[in-house]
Design a protein around this ligand. Structure first.
Ligand SMILES: Cc1cc2nc3c(=O)[nH]c(=O)nc-3n(C[C@H](O)[C@H](O)[C@H](O)COP(=O)(O)O)c2cc1C
Length: 223
């Protein structure tokens, strides 16, 4: 049995959101074949996590058991979000591009889950790369929607794409070892190019779900 953490980031509801529709397609395809799998739902578009604070940082650097109730409270939401990630085998992330990068709600989630001695360790003895992920063996499916186009390698706006590379860099520290991206573009241009891009993204999403279903053992090998 697999556990899927299904995260949506769009500020819009599913009737208007392309990234939500893509993540829903992935989940439908998956659950049709694996109805017994566990799904954890985290809608950060509807309910964004709080921003980290001075108290939050202080709490992270205070060992467990030595924290005041106030410091424990500062980490409560982070503990909950990390708990969801820890048990997940696959993270399905539907996200828009906002202002050439990740929506603030997604950055708030990232800031909350990338946490010293919980999701990564830090040791200067490792030289120039002191950070190492604590979690591992997980898969990321990132399903993005963008209003403009040409954000892939070689495209006319590749140099303005601060979304995909950012997700990829951070995912490494969350133990998301296998990473897959599907993109829909042209939303602001409408027309045929948008339809083609959207249709191709939907097809790629369904194909990716089918591929990962085959590759993911039904037995509880993750336990
Ligand atoms: C606040 C905001 C900022 C946006 N910034 C960009 C951008 O920088 N580049 C781009 O290509 N599209 C941008 N868009 C368009 C969205 O990426 C596009 O509408 C996408 O489909 C939104 O995802 P959703 O359909 O899942 O809500 C922006 C949209 C909004 C609402």
């Amino acid at each position: 049995m697999a556990t899927i953490l299904h995260i949506d980031v769009s500020a819009q509801a599913i009737d208007r959101s392309i990234s939500r529709k893509l993540s829903a397609r992935f989940m439908e395809t998956w659950m049709a074949k694996r109805p017994g799998d566990t799904v954890i739902r985290r809608d950060i578009g509807q309910k964004p996590p709080g921003f980290i604070s001075a108290k939050w940082i202080e709490a992270c650097f205070t060992p467990e058991g030595q924290r005041s109730p106030e410091l424990d409270e500062a980490l409560m939401e982070s503990d909950e979000l990390i708990g969801e990630l820890e048990v997940a085998n696959i993270v399905v992330l539907g996200t828009p591009m906002y202002n050439y990068g990740m929506p603030a709600a997604l950055k708030a989630w990232v800031d909350s889950v990338v946490r010293i001695d919980k999701t990564f360790s830090f040791d200067l003895a490792r030289g120039d790369y002191p950070l190492e992920p604590i979690l591992g063996g997980k898969t990321l499916v990132a399903l993005t929607s963008k209003g403009e186009f040409g954000f892939s390698t070689g495209g006319i706006r590749a140099h303005m794409n601060f979304l995909d590379g950012h997700i990829d860099a951070v995912a490494h520290y969350l133990g998301l070892v296998s990473r897959y991206f599907v993109h829909s573009e042209y939303q602001e241009f409408k027309g045929d190019r948008h339809k083609r891009s959207r249709d191709a993204a939907e097809k790629a999403t369904v194909e990716l779900a089918k591929k990962l279903i085959i590759e993911t053992p039904e037995e509880d090998v993750f336990a």
